[in-house]
Design a protein. Structure first.
Length: 576
């Protein structure tokens, strides 16, 4: 009986132990799964915290960068505001200066008489080109000079050819620009079948239309010439080309000339040649017409008594009349004054009044409006420096009293005020509100200076106008700069507004990220608490497992004892 009870108890204990092992195994597996799940959850939470921290740091870096850009934009905006204020101040000062210059220019123009009316009442002054640090041609006399426009609708330039310096003759072409007060030499070419005029002096030149000059006659020291040459300017005066018009096969032609005069009619149809000198014939008083359309020479029949044979005289055309003054006939210097009507072909002596020029030769005479201006010359004893004007309507001569100017001292446009030298064999051409006088000869030899006989008030007005133009250009540039600055300021303001909106978005994102970070920190704290609880629970489970393991060992000992007792009991039973 006892053995059966013991056996059943042992079996029950064994079954209980087996079931307990299974339960423990299942429990351990469940605990292991829970532990792995918690470990994975902790890893995931750590990854979330790391990711959120990285995002937060990136957002903070972007926020700092945006704040730096906003600070830079604010600095630029403040600088642009200062520039705008400075621009407005400069613009106001320039506007004040412009109004002042405009008022001065208006007053100067109001008191400035034009060349064609009130010219005799204008104050005139001498001035000269400052030759320091500027290239200038060598001194010369007996050259030619014309006022010619190099391109259509452009201010005229002074074109100089040839001349003599006491040792040699020239055949160079030089251009004087009275706008920028400079000399230059164009590149000279020769048309096919033509030649360049030889070095010469005492020839004549006439402006022919736009960018053309006609050259006739001359003397090279041994022979006179009768050649006609045409100089055509191209490339805004940077190049020029020599050519010879085709000679007519019919009709008479003038012989060789020097010391003559040549004038272009106002319609540019004819060139009129008068007087001069020929070695084989002496002094001349021939009148020749050159038809510039047909290139035919004619010596027309005229009415009246022409001027006596002469050389070194002067001639100029006003309307349809050619005026001839002075000269030299080989015996005496002349001061007679004649006029030739181009339409009626009548020569007559001019009945003039007033303070008339003294006898002279190789002087310069230029038509200015309805007036004739005479300067310089030689009277056989001295080189003259007087200036006369003749009114072709009133037939009155008047000697000009030029405004006194200091001999030294700086002047505008790179020129220096001076007193004119007496001279002869010089040239004088009109250039706006001044007469340009170049070269000539006096007691010391050939001259290379450039003199200006100016309308003082008109030149003052032109200077004020030039200043006004410069100031206007400055104001326009300043206005353009102000517009650019305003546009840049608007662009910077737009960028600032965009940056501010982006900053607001960044602040909102930072706020959201901060809230998320707070929630993540709170979740991390909860997870840490749960982790601590799990660790405590795991520790408890470990202790329980150790206790169960000890109990299992005790149970195994009991089972082994039970097996021993059972085996020994079975042996005794079989023994009995």
């Amino acid at each position: 009986m006892w053995s059966e009870i013991s056996r059943s108890t042992i079996v029950k204990s064994w079954l209980y132990e087996v079931r307990a092992k299974q339960v423990r195994r299942l429990w351990m597996r469940r605990l292991l799964r829970q532990f792995r799940h918690r470990q994975l959850q902790r890893t995931f939470c750590s990854w979330l915290v790391y990711t959120e921290t990285g995002r937060r740091l990136a957002v903070e870096a972007k926020a700092q960068e945006a704040e730096a850009r906003i600070g830079l934009l604010e600095m630029k905006l403040s600088g642009a505001a200062q520039v705008k204020a400075e621009m407005e101040r400069l613009l106001a000062s320039f506007e004040t200066e412009r109004v002042r210059v405009l008022d001065d220019a208006t007053a100067a123009i109001a008191r400035t008489p034009s060349w064609t009316s009130g010219f005799l009442d204008a104050e005139l002054r001498w001035s000269s080109l400052n030759l320091e640090d500027k290239w200038h041609p060598p001194g010369r006399a007996g050259h030619s000079a014309v006022s010619c426009s190099l391109v259509p609708h452009s201010p005229p330039h002074t074109i100089v050819f040839g001349g003599y310096n006491g040792r040699e003759c020239f055949n160079d072409v030089i251009i004087f620009d009275s706008g920028n007060m400079s000399w230059n030499t164009p590149t000279t070419t020769i048309a096919p079948g033509s030649v360049c005029p030889p070095p010469m002096r005492n020839h004549t030149a006439c402006s022919y239309g736009v960018n053309k000059m006609l050259l006739f006659g001359g003397f090279d020291g041994s022979y006179e010439f009768s050649d006609l040459s045409l100089l055509t300017f191209q490339d805004e005066g940077n190049t020029c080309e020599w050519s010879q018009p085709e000679k007519p096969r019919i009709g008479a032609r003038p012989g060789s000339f020097s010391h003559h005069t040549a004038c272009m009619t106002q319609d540019h149809r004819h060139m009129i040649v008068f007087g001069g000198y020929r070695s084989c014939a002496g002094h001349l008083n021939e009148t020749w017409f050159l038809d510039l359309h047909l290139m035919i020479w004619t010596s027309p029949d005229y009415i009246g008594v022409p001027p006596s044979p002469r050389r070194g005289h002067s001639a100029a055309i006003i309307d349809k009349r050619m005026y001839v003054l002075g000269g030299y006939n080989g015996v005496a210097h002349l001061s007679d004054f004649h006029v030739f009507n181009v339409e009626s072909m009548i020569w007559e002596s001019v009945d003039a009044h007033g303070d008339q020029p003294t006898p002279r030769r190789q002087h310069a005479m230029t038509a200015v409006g309805r007036h004739l201006v005479v300067y310089g010359g030689y009277d056989g004893k001295a080189y003259l420096d007087d200036t006369y004007v003749f009114d072709t309507e009133s037939h009155v001569w008047k000697r000009w009293l030029i405004m006194e100017s200091p001999k030294k001292g700086p002047c505008v446009d790179g020129r220096m005020d001076t007193t004119a030298h007496g001279r002869s064999m010089h040239t004088m051409v009109e250039a706006g509100q001044r007469l340009v006088i170049f070269g000539g000869v006096h007691e010391c030899g050939a001259l290379h200076d450039v003199l200006f006989l100016e309308n003082a008030a008109a030149m003052g007005g032109l200077q004020l106008q030039s200043c006004l133009t410069e100031e206007t250009a400055k104001v326009q540039n300043l206005q353009a700069n102000v517009v650019e600055c305003q546009q840049a300021l608007q662009d910077k303001c737009s960028e600032l507004h965009v940056a501010q909106s982006r900053l607001k978005q960044v602040h909102s994102a930072l706020k959201v990220e901060a809230e998320k970070r707070t929630a993540a920190v709170e979740g991390q704290r909860v997870l840490l608490n749960k982790l601590q609880k799990s660790r405590n629970h795991s520790k408890t489970l470990s202790q329980t497992c150790r206790r169960l393991a000890e109990e299992q060992k005790v149970l195994q000992c009991l089972v082994s004892e039970f097996e021993q007792h059972r085996v020994s009991g079975t042996s005794q039973a079989s023994f009995y």
